[in-house]
Design a protein around this ligand. Structure first.
Ligand code: CUA
Length: 314
């Protein structure tokens, strides 16, 4: 579960234990050989220490049976690792035919998901328990890597190419998503969560959208908007260095220059449109990078975000 520290990630996918078994096998083998070699070094170091200055050591010829043994046994162990790894690799890279196909796009610095039903989400992946999930992955900008330790699943998101990954979640819960490929300034916060739900709950979630975030009764719209601004990761672009997206301080109520040469006043309508359909009016000097948030935030939440952006102009 998120928030708990442990040395070993949780086991929450069908092949997680098999990956662990191979990993432990390689770890233990390396440990046994490492300790053995080190012990032999120490032993010979003491045993063959020169005792006097004129001591001439006895010449040792080769020992063919010994050399054959120490070649064959490690070769056998290495081949076990190889074939075990190959079998597991093919299993992990071959999604079953009945998999649910999700699309996943990485971009600086968020994960965008589209469900088979068309539903979209950002930095969250809701999936039903016990169902093989296939991800078709790509990137909009640089190489990212979609990593869910609890599933023992990691796959690069490469611009201009589709990669695939699959897993069957075996345990209801929430698990970390990380980006495992350095991708720029906010690589370390390019994270999210997978939510594994009972199939019935997943169906319900698909129909009724995300459970409304609990709002404290005395939370002002500005405070709720500020919280949403972080939760939806607006801050990764709109509060960093202004290279990817315009800073929003002092914007509300003022004129904004657009890419097409026109100007608009940043009022409620403009801000709302820029959230749900950001490509409609792009600010001069910026690229059309922002994903549409249509359907991802409720009308209430839009009002709260607008209230927050308004408060930034005071
Ligand atoms: Cu995306 Cu690191």
């Amino acid at each position: 579960m998120i928030g708990k520290f442990s040395l070993w990630p949780e086991v929450a996918s069908s092949f997680a234990l098999e990956v662990d078994a191979l990993y432990v096998f390689i770890l233990v083998t390396s440990l046994v050989f490492g300790v053995g070699v080190f012990a032999a070094v120490v032993y010979f170091f003491v045993k063959y220490k020169r005792k006097s200055h004129d001591e001439i050591p006895e010449e040792i010829e080769g020992n063919t049976p010994l050399e054959i043994i120490w070649s064959i046994i490690p070769l056998g162990i290495a081949l076990i690792m190889f074939f075990w790894g190959v079998v597991l690799f093919f299993k992990i890279s071959t999604p079953p035919a009945e998999s649910l196909n999700f699309y996943l796009v990485g971009k600086q610095w968020m994960w965008k998901v589209q469900h088979p039903s068309g539903k979209r989400e950002i930095n969250e992946l809701h999936i039903p328990l016990g169902q093989p999930i296939k991800l078709t992955i790509t990137s909009e900008d640089v190489i990212h890597s979609f990593y869910v330790p609890a599933f023992r699943s990691k796959m690069d998101a490469v611009p201009g190419r589709y990669t695939t990954s699959w897993f069957t979640p075996t345990k209801v819960g929430e698990y970390h998503i990380f980006c495992a490929e350095y991708c720029g300034l906010d690589h370390s916060v390019m994270a999210g969560r997978v939510v594994v739900m009972e199939p019935v709950e997943y169906e319900h979630w698909l129909k009724h959208g995300s459970a409304p975030t609990a709002v404290a009764p005395d939370e002002t719209p500005e405070a709720a908007g500020a919280r949403l601004f972080q939760e939806q990761r607006c801050n990764t672009c709109h509060q960093s260095n202004g290279m990817l997206a315009p800073m929003l301080t002092g914007v509300f109520g003022h004129e904004v220059k657009l890419q097409n040469g026109q100007t608009v006043v940043a009022d409620e309508t403009y801000v709302r449109e820029s959230i749900v359909n950001p490509l409609a009016k792009i600010v001069a000097g910026y690229q059309p990078l922002m994903p549409p948030y249509q359907g991802q935030v409720s009308e209430d939440q839009l009002t709260q975000l607008i209230a927050y952006i308004k408060s930034l102009a005071k």
